[in-house]
Design a protein. Structure first.
Length: 311
């Protein structure tokens, strides 16, 4: 079983991460910030390029708070001081401008009521590509490796997720099942809690939640931890309840549009991380996994009409 301390989510420094990722960090941290720091985050996200030109006192005034709060915000999002934050924001703004022709041309990447269908397509693709790039850049490969070790060596793997996150969990369940791993997916809170009663050391519980605050997901993961199972959180917020209560944290970096209820961008990012986890597990037993995938594919292929293939 893998256990890490409550400091399992390290505070990144400006030198540790690309400056262009600062906006992703701010968006991820925003839900768990104090109200005064959240106002600073909103000011940063509203116009990072302009904020990069402000003094610390000017930003404090814009956010109706103090310079001390701005400094706390800097540390929270992984920059050691305000000059580093300004440099990171300037670089991020430049990258947003360079990569965001769509943003400049169509007035942002959020979907608006007046957007034509071709603009909607462009904006969705842009947002999803950015989510994948940012998630790949921010993903803790060491934590991913530990998660691969835990899942590859587990007696059983129980996966928790509700709503859109349940579909992501189902994808992992299906993939693991196809290579012969004993995996289960639970989208009902009572069923999930019942399943945790059978877990123990050597088992793995993995929970999926974009916000990391869904009680239907956080409670079963906590129950699994109490039984001694290794717990893994997949979330967009590394400071969320789900993340801080897990042994291992896998993060996505997805900014949802006002159509958040559709869980569009977050789902794509979560599926990408799930694919990384699955391929890592399958690679540990390459020959057996390849054979299992071929056999499970063949079981379905035989049911198709001659000359047709699965899609």
């Amino acid at each position: 079983m893998v256990r890490q301390s409550s400091s399992r989510v390290p505070e990144p420094s400006a030198q540790d991460a690309p400056a262009a990722d600062i906006l992703t960090r701010v968006r991820a941290a925003r839900p768990s910030l104090a109200p005064s720091e959240r106002r600073v985050a909103d000011a940063v996200l509203a116009d990072p390029g302009q904020v990069a030109e402000l003094s610390i006192h000017a930003l404090g005034e814009r956010a109706s708070t103090s310079a001390a709060t701005v400094m706390r915000f800097c540390r929270t999002v992984g920059t050691g001081n305000y000059p580093q934050l300004r440099l990171a924001l300037a670089a991020a703004a430049a990258r947003e401008h360079a990569l965001g022709g769509e943003r400049a041309t169509h007035g942002g990447t959020d979907i608006s009521p007046t957007d034509s269908l071709d603009r909607i397509v462009s904006k969705i693709i842009y947002n999803e590509v950015r989510a994948l790039e940012d998630s790949g850049a921010e993903l803790d490969v060491d934590a991913l490796g530990r998660a691969v070790d835990a899942v590859a060596g587990a007696r059983r793997i129980d996966i928790f997720g509700v709503g859109a996150s349940a579909f992501v969990g189902q994808d992992l369940h299906q993939k693991l099942h196809r290579i012969g791993r004993m995996a289960f997916i639970w989208s009902d809170r009572h069923a999930a809690l019942t399943a945790t009663a059978l877990l123990g050391p050597g088992d793995v519980a993995l929970a999926v939640s974009h916000s990391g605050e869904t009680e239907d997901t956080t409670e079963p993961l906590q129950a699994a931890a109490e039984r001694g199972a290794t717990t893994i959180a997949l979330t967009n917020d590394p400071r969320s309840t789900l993340a801080t209560g897990a042994d291992l944290v896998l993060t996505t970096c997805a900014r949802e549009t006002p159509f958040r209820s559709g869980a569009t961008v977050s789902r794509i990012a979560q599926l990408a991380v799930i694919d990384c986890l699955f391929v890592g597990v399958a690679q540990r037993s390459y020959e057996a996994s390849t054979t299992a995938l071929e056999e499970t594919y063949g079981a379905v292929q035989r049911r198709l009409r001659p000359g047709r293939r699965t899609g």
